[in-house]
Design a binder for this molecule. Structure first.
Ligand code: ATP
Length: 145
């Protein structure tokens, strides 16, 4: 089945902004983007990335949807604490949490990114992380069209 991604992302943003009073800026390249995927899995993917962005940062969150070389690219950027380099390869593993996150009041099980990665892989895509300590983090999801 085809999923309309702009609407799906907007409604995920609405849930996060209402529940946590956070602003998410969304930039997209056309009004409607249809993509063959499992709708509830894509919802969950976007929700996990947005929920992490709001848990590990305090200010604005930026989300982009672009198209490049027959691929859809989704980025979620926050301007929060960042992820230490030595942890970046491990955050996609089950139950892995960076030390700072283990002790903070915002709880979590360390499963979110494991699920996110499984969803991306199930759609033959890739997920990457770019981060700078103390400056912020971008997760980039690349989905083949
Ligand atoms: P949950 O399973 O409830 O999402 P979680 O957020 O701890 O809990 P993951 O989503 O798998 O689990 O993330 C793993 C770890 O990666 C987090 O504990 C946190 O340390 C780090 N992390 C994830 N996203 C970010 C982010 N945007 N900024 C900083 N650290 C992050």
């Amino acid at each position: 089945a085809k999923v309309e991604l702009v609407g799906l992302i907007k409604s995920a943003i609405r849930s996060i902004s209402m529940a946590f009073e956070r602003t998410v800026n969304f930039n997209y390249y056309q009004a409607e983007v249809f993509y063959p995927a499992d709708e509830s899995q894509l919802n969950q993917l976007i929700y996990i990335l947005l929920d992490n962005a709001r848990k590990y940062s305090e200010n604005q969150i930026d989300l982009t949807l672009t198209e490049q070389d027959q691929q859809l690219i989704i980025t979620v950027t926050d301007y929060g604490e960042g992820i230490p380099e030595e942890d970046r390869t491990q955050i996609f593993n089950r139950f892995y949490r960076v030390d700072r996150a283990r002790n903070r009041k915002t709880g979590g099980t360390g499963l979110g990114l494991t699920i996110a990665k499984a969803i991306v892989v199930a759609h033959s895509g890739e997920i990457e992380v770019m981060s700078e300590l103390g400056k912020g983090t971008t997760f980039r999801v690349i989905l083949p069209k």
